[in-house]
Design a protein around this ligand. Sequence first.
Ligand code: 1GP
Length: 229
Amino acid sequence: MKDIIKPWRHVFKLDPEKEISDDILDKVCMSGTDAIMLGGSTGVTYENTVDLMSRVRRYELPCVQEVSDLEAVVPGFDLYMVPMVLNTSDPTWIVDRHREGIERYGYMIPWELIVTEGYIVLNPDAAVAKLTKAETEISEESVAAYAQIADKLMSLPIVYLEYSGMFGDMDTVRTVRRSLDHARLFYGGGITSAEQAGVAASIADTIVVGNVIYDDLSGALETVKVVKG
Ligand code: 1GP
């Protein structure tokens, strides 16, 4: 089941806290994107996640949850993407929440559906950076070193460069790309146009497109066309 991520080139990330009309959701789910990921840094609850998941479930594409809050984990997703933030000195976001989750849910955890993401958070203004106290002002070499911790020391299946809200530094993305042997490289952050999507997708294995869905739907749909043809 975890292998379903392998061919993904484009993913739309929906925030359960944000309103989305049936019409817009239909266009997003019928866009040709490879998967829908549900997640957000704040305001994600069990209720708003169940609600959005059941609406996305009317469509055939994979629907996965990016777990950010233990209270909001909902059964029924195709996969659960679990971030471990690498560039923080606060163990809460590296292993502590994970330990709590395992203690709480124990035998109920569908391990065959869990995919760990080695997160490197790089936009200091993003909610996720503030929440996790990420050390965003680091050199390209340090970013690549974190990526290699994920890839080579921890054997994580995904390295996720998270620039949420800001289009990232493509030279850094290239450097990380070159440093990886096995992990898939996910890039997310500030993609608002076909051009940006094309550049990011030419370097990363998978691009994740979020906010623009709510700000400029036609721009969001263009990002699929350029990646998926
Ligand atoms: C957020 O990486 C995603 O977690 C996408 O970022 O919302 O800026 O597109 P944007």
